[in-house]
Design a protein around this ligand. Structure first.
Ligand SMILES: Cc1cc2nc3c(=O)[nH]c(=O)nc-3n(C[C@H](O)[C@H](O)[C@H](O)COP(=O)(O)O)c2cc1C
Length: 366
């Protein structure tokens, strides 16, 4: 069995988000925007693995956001992506992102178990309970208008998956949304389960996450605000006798000088942003999800252009390390990174920022 780096409680985790999607996290038209080819994903995964990073997290997406680039119009399916990357890496954890409404629990339980066998225990599961109405329309599935129904469905879905991972004998399942006779799931994941990730902003979502997940993913708009939010999530989990780590996603523009970093941000996220796609993305987020606070819309539009709403870390290696330290000090257990071109830009972060994180005791020495 391999270690699953997501289970190391003493490490401030560094992962990558959305490399399976065209454009990655940057809603931009610049020619060097991220190409989500398989070869680019393998190159990033192996760079991240060799650098001692902890995990890769994909976005499950079925239709794009339009605009000049059709942002996220091309997306590698996350279970197949995870299986391939786990076979081609040695230490890093790779997570599959599954929509509860589009993927039957018996199938997902077996897929995750299979992928975890491929990886000798390095797989993870990100559970998505639904928000993107046009995507549901595209699949001909109804998105329940209320969060109670979405998360009640998600709860049954996950309880069914868990039962398949723990029960050796054939069993019947009879709940509101799922009915099965004589079902069982073998093999099991290597440890009987895998790290569970959930991203939710609503109260119902946070209840689901603190009940079921090991990690809650949440955006940071303002770090002061986040401190209370992180403490609240941890308290909610503790009241259920559980421990949940809170992780956020950041946008990195790291350059030798502040001016170079600022100029590049302006170039890709202002002058050459795909504003039509930003508009579509923001409108959709605000119509159906509660992940982003609704009172901070203007700031959020700029951040969506730069990195899908990720917290911006823009500047020299020292400035970027300072930002990560502040995120850690706010109570977060880790971050996902995104760059305009992950493969081209990550090596500078690896060589200049990661040693600073080790020196400051934020990351353990490799
Ligand atoms: C970091 C992060 C990752 C997410 N990944 C996906 C995803 O891959 N696919 C998806 O449809 N929704 C994704 N979501 C959306 C959430 O799963 C959730 O449905 C959304 O935040 C709305 O939650 P709420 O209704 O509880 O506010 C993600 C959200 C965040 C913050």
């Amino acid at each position: 069995m391999s270690d699953n780096l997501m289970l190391d409680k003493d490490q401030f985790k560094i992962g990558f988000f959305a490399s399976n999607c065209s454009g990655g996290m940057a809603v931009t038209q610049v020619p060097e925007r991220w190409v989500n080819s398989w070869d680019n994903n393998v190159a990033l995964a192996q760079l991240a693995d060799d650098a001692g990073c902890d995990f890769l997290l994909p976005i499950a997406r079925w239709i794009g956001y339009g605009g000049a680039t059709d942002f996220h119009g091309s997306v590698l399916e996350t279970m197949a992506w995870a299986a391939g990357l786990l076979a081609l890496t040695k230490r890093i954890s790779v997570i599959a992102t599954m929509h509860t409404a589009f993927n039957h629990p018996v199938v997902v339980a077996k897929q995750i178990a299979t992928v975890d066998q491929i990886a000798h225990g390095r797989a993870g599961l990100n559970i998505v309970c639904g928000w993107n109405k046009p995507e549901y329309d595209a699949l001909g599935v109804e998105l329940p208008a209320d969060h109670e129904t979405r998360y009640a469905y998600g709860e049954e879905w996950y309880q069914f998956v868990k039962k398949l991972w723990t029960e050796d004998k054939a069993f019947d399942w009879d709940s509101k949304y799922f009915h099965a006779k004589g079902v069982y799931g073998n093999p099991k994941p290597v440890r009987g389960t895998v790290p569970i990730v959930n991203a939710a902003g609503s109260d119902e979502g946070r209840e689901f996450a603190t009940r079921n997940a090991n990690f809650l993913f949440t955006p940071v708009i303002d770090l002061e605000r986040s401190k209370g939010e992180v403490a609240d999530v941890k308290e909610k989990a503790a009241s259920k006798g559980r421990e949940v780590d809170v992780i956020t996603f950041v946008t990195v523009v790291c350059r030798p000088t502040q001016k170079e970093a600022d100029d590049y941000l302006k170039y890709y996220a202002e002058d050459n942003a795909d504003w039509e796609a930003v508009e579509n993305l923001v409108n959709l987020q605000f119509a159906h999800a509660e992940s982003f606070p609704h009172d901070l819309l203007a700031l959020i539009k700029d951040r969506f252009a730069a990195g899908h709403g990720g917290y911006p870390l823009v500047g020299t290696p020292e400035v970027v390390a300072d930002g990560i330290e502040q995120i850690r000090d706010a109570g977060f257990g880790g971050i996902t990174l995104a760059f305009v071109d992950y493969v081209k830009e990550f090596p500078y972060f690896r060589d200049e920022v990661m040693p600073l994180l080790e020196k400051r005791g934020i990351r353990k020495k490799q």
